[in-house]
Design a protein around this ligand. Structure first.
Ligand code: NAD
Length: 252
């Protein structure tokens, strides 16, 4: 992917799916950490433009990450605007709620749609961004890829088996790429438990579980995941880690 002549002085972070929920708070936090932030969504154009306008040198781009051409185009758009990319946060994701015992309900179409957005889109974005991420990096300050997976990719839990498997694939991709893109590009993942976002609003069983069983006695607020993301982005030696942030539920 060619990089433009006009190279931004400020470091640039792209956060996918950043007009709502976890992605929105991560993008806002990175803007406060002095990055030029690229907000992105599939469809919420007005919300994305409003967010970008609130932070100097930030932008908004629309792309459906289930579409391979639009996914590649997102990286081209970022490089055409800034001439560099330092941080890629693969946050956009979809879920499907299906009882784990209802195997036929988990159709091949559902498997494919979850894989398209949760696995193949992050892979495509990383492949398209690799050259730019290397060019922006130095040994003292490697570039950073951060994947937002799920505790369901670590434990045999989650909204459905296809969702959990897609997040387990993203976790394994994280480790394989950490090994192969080092030392100039670091790759880590956050595996959240329950987080209070539009995606989880009607997950009543999970809300009860976190209230009654997790050591912290509640799910997370998106800002608490954004704080962890900011720490990971700033931790220049950290790579290959899947950091579970589930209020300690995995200990029970
Ligand atoms: P959310 O629904 O607010 O955010 C999901 C984002 O992904 C949205 O901005 C949406 O536009 C984007 N997206 C979905 N399909 C897309 C597509 N085809 N093209 C482009 N963008 C697309 O939910 P959230 O809870 O903030 O989810 C963010 C990430 O966190 C997801 O990957 C999700 O799997 C993960 N996660 C969430 C929870 C939780 O409890 N909320 C728990 C574990 C993991």
């Amino acid at each position: 992917m060619a990089v433009t002549e006009q190279r931004s002085e400020k470091r640039v972070a792209l956060v996918t799916g950043s007009t709502s929920g976890i992605g929105r708070t991560i993008a806002m936090r990175l803007a406060e950490d002095s990055f030029s932030v690229v907000f992105h969504s599939k469809s919420s154009v007005a919300a994305g433009q409003t967010l970008a306008a609130a932070y100097p040198s930030s932008s908004y781009f629309q792309a459906d990450l289930a579409d391979q051409n639009q996914t590649c185009g997102l990286i081209s758009d970022v490089l055409a605007r800034y001439g560099r990319l330092d941080v890629l946060v693969n946050n956009a994701g979809i879920s499907a709620a299906i009882p784990h015992t209802s195997l036929k309900e988990a159709s091949p179409e559902i498997w494919r749609s979850l894989y398209d957005v949760n696995v193949i889109a992050p892979w495509t974005l990383i492949a398209e961004a690799e050259t730019a991420l290397r060019e922006a990096a130095s040994p003292e300050r490697p570039s950073c890829i951060l994947n937002i997976s799920s505790h369901a990719g670590v434990r045999p839990k989650g909204a459905s088996i296809p969702y959990a498997v897609s997040k387990a694939a993203l976790n394994h991709m994280t480790k394989l790429l950490a090994l192969n893109l080092a030392p100039l590009i670091r790759v880590n993942a956050i595996a959240p438990g329950l987080v209070d976002t539009p995606m989880s609003r009607d997950w009543t069983a999970a809300q009860t579980l976190w209230a009654e069983r997790s050591p912290m006695g509640r799910g997370a607020q998106p800002e608490e995941i954004a704080q962890l993301a900011s720490m990971i982005v700033a931790s220049h030696y950290l790579t290959g880690e899947i950091i579970i942030s589930d209020g300690g539920l995995h200990l029970t």
